[in-house]
Every structure is written in C-alpha cells, then in structure tokens.
Write a protein that binds this ligand. Structure first.
Ligand SMILES: Nc1ncnc2c1ncn2[C@@H]1O[C@H](COP(=O)(O)OP(=O)(O)OP(=O)(O)O)[C@@H](O)[C@H]1O
Length: 312
C-alpha cells in the first residue's frame, strides 16, 4: 500500500483579487511530521482549509489516501483531525465538559474517547479547573484534544504555537512528538517561523505567495545551515581541484549560486586563502559563516523580517 496519504496536484485557489494558492504540488507521507512554513498571507491556512473541506479549490486535484472526487474526499476526511481556527471553548467549563460538548456535537458514541484523548495531550489531571484558568498552552492542548476525538490518522494544526510563551511552545512540540512516535500519527503543522518547528518536524514545506518554494528534510536543513567557509571565486572548477588536491578535503558543497561551502578548515582560513592564492585563483569572497534557520527561510523567499500581513 502506498505511503502517500495526501497529494495535491496543481491545486489552485483564487479569491476575487488574490491568487491564494498557485498550482500547488505536494505529497504528505504516512508517519512523518511536516512543518508547513510561510509568512502571513503565504497561503498556509487556505491550503489546510482545502484539505479539510472548509473551502474548495478553483482548479487542480486533491487526493486523500489515494481517493479524489467530492464524495470520496468527504469520506476520507473522517480520517483527519484538525485545529484550523482557535477552538471555541466554554471558559466556565472544565476540559472534560468541553470535550463532552464536542463529542455530542460530532455524534461520537464512545464516551471513553474523552479520557483517552485528554491523557494523550497531558490534560488528564486538570479535574475541576475551568478552562478560563488554563494557560494558553493548555488551551491549545485542549484544542488539539478536540481534534483528536475522532482518533485521526492525519492531524492538521494551523499555527498551534502562535502566541505561546517558551514553556507553552515546548509543551506543544513535545506533544506533537508523542502523538507521532507513540500513536503513529502523521502531522501537518503550520507556522510562520521555521525555528518554531525545528527539531519537531522531520520534513519542511516552505510556501510563499501561494507557491511551494521548497521541500526539505531536517537533515538537509541542518546541512544547509551548518557553519562553513563560504568561498567565492571566478573559477569554481579550479577551486574544487585545489580543495581536493592541495587541501585534501571533499567536505564541501557547491551551492546553486556558485559559492562553495567548505566544512573543514573552519579555524584556519589562512591556509585556505594561501592555497587558493598559490594556484592563482581570484578570490572574491572568503568568510566563515552560518545561516540561522530564519536567515535561510528569508533567503529562500527573498524577504525581510518585517513583512506586513497582506490581510490587513
Ligand atoms: N476568504 C478569503 N477571501 C479573500 N481573500 C482571502 C480569503 N482567505 C484568504 N485570503 C487571501 O489569500 C492569501 C493567503 O491567505 P492565508 O490565510 O491562506 O495565508 P496564511 O499563510 O495562512 O497566513 P496567516 O498566517 O496570516 O493566516 C492572503 O492574501 C489572504 O488575504
């Protein structure tokens, strides 16, 4: 059986004046945590709304567990749990009572599911405490518990970390890992900050202006953000030869922009400079650097840190 549980092909969503999703192609595979990263207005929520059936595409196809077509998709969506908007919680009620309301509304007959899901999100001991006295992190976990009521195979969360304090962020990160590892759940979680999902997600999908700009694994992301010597020369081939033959290293990468990233000699820039000079290579840049995750993300989308939401 295929491990692809969600596939979008050329999925497009147009609002009157906005192309919110522009021919999206992507696959979500079983058992992984996907970080869906994009700035405000990039199209994350729109995509998640299409997947969960809260909105419909203008064109393109979506398939869930290999099925497409309106009726089939609706059936398959029963296998998804989601928290897309902030859940409507009753502040004067306890976690259990809030869950009971949701269980009845959704027609889930098995009462024991409440205790089970509260256990899963670590809210089993909140007893008589009303939700108004919950921290934001606890409320988010309760929202996630509600999304888990139908014991989903795919969990979709839209910016669950947004607005949380550092302790709250850790709570959600740990919870996602537990749901993935212990319960085998596939998770698609969005954020506008790559760093927030770092060490939680194993795959990252970067979206900007409605387009997928990159899909990258955590391993590859680490590689790209590793400390290195950035070498810029007018003769890449000759530089590579010098690295291999004179400096005896193959621990480098040629980047698409023509810069060579060398992961050796980090404390010995002079040796690198001399070897290149001796081979009469014109060096136009030589420095030790590393991308932070956020720098990396911004370099991909070609943006600045102060991008205003186009929604406003
Ligand atoms: N119902 C709608 N009507 C018109 N335009 C919309 C609608 N929903 C979203 N948009 C527009 O589509 C684009 C993508 O919005 P979307 O909410 O998907 O982005 P996002 O990445 O989730 O950002 P945010 O984190 O701010 O929610 C934005 O330009 C937004 O203004």
């Amino acid at each position: 059986m295929s491990s692809i549980i969600l596939e979008a092909k050329s999925l497009t969503k147009e609002y009157k004046q906005t192309l919110a999703l522009d021919h999206i192609n992507l696959q979500i595979k079983k058992g992984k945590i996907y970080g869906f990263i994009g700035q405000n207005g990039a199209g994350k929520t729109t995509f998640l709304r299409l997947v969960t059936g809260l909105a419909f595409p203008t064109s393109g196809t979506l398939s869930l567990w290999g099925n497409s077509g309106t009726e089939e998709l609706q059936k398959q969506r029963k296998r998804i749990g989601s928290m897309i908007e902030t859940p409507a919680l009753f502040p004067s009620m306890t976690a259990y009572q809030n869950m009971e309301v949701q269980r009845i509304q959704r027609g889930i007959p098995d009462k024991s599911v409440i205790k089970r899901t509260l256990d899963m999100v670590g809210l089993q001991d909140t007893g008589k405490k009303s939700v108004r006295n919950f921290s934001l992190g606890m409320r988010q976990r309760l929202g996630i518990a509600i999304a888990l009521l139908n014991t989903p195979e795919l969990l979709i969360l839209d910016e669950p970390i947004n607005g949380l304090d550092p302790a709250g962020i850790v709570e959600i990160r740990n919870l996602l890992k537990i749901l993935n590892k212990e319960y085998g759940m596939t998770i698609l979680v969005s954020s506008h900050i790559l760093e927030e999902l770092y060490q939680t997600a194993s795959e990252f999908i970067l979206i900007d202006h409605g387009k997928i700009i990159e899909e990258i694994s955590d391993y590859e992301l680490n590689e790209r953000c590793k400390r290195h010597i950035a070498i810029k020369t007018t003769d890449v081939q000759k530089t590579v030869l010098v690295l291999e033959e004179n400096l005896h290293t193959d621990n480098f990468k040629l980047m698409p922009d023509g810069i060579i990233r060398l992961y050796d000699y980090l404390n010995d820039l002079e040796t690198v400079a001399s070897a290149l000079a001796e081979s009469h290579i014109l060096v136009t840049g030589l420095s030790v650097s590393s991308d932070t995750l956020e720098d990396y993300f911004l370099s991909k989308i070609g943006g600045t840190k102060d991008v205003k939401s186009p929604k406003n």
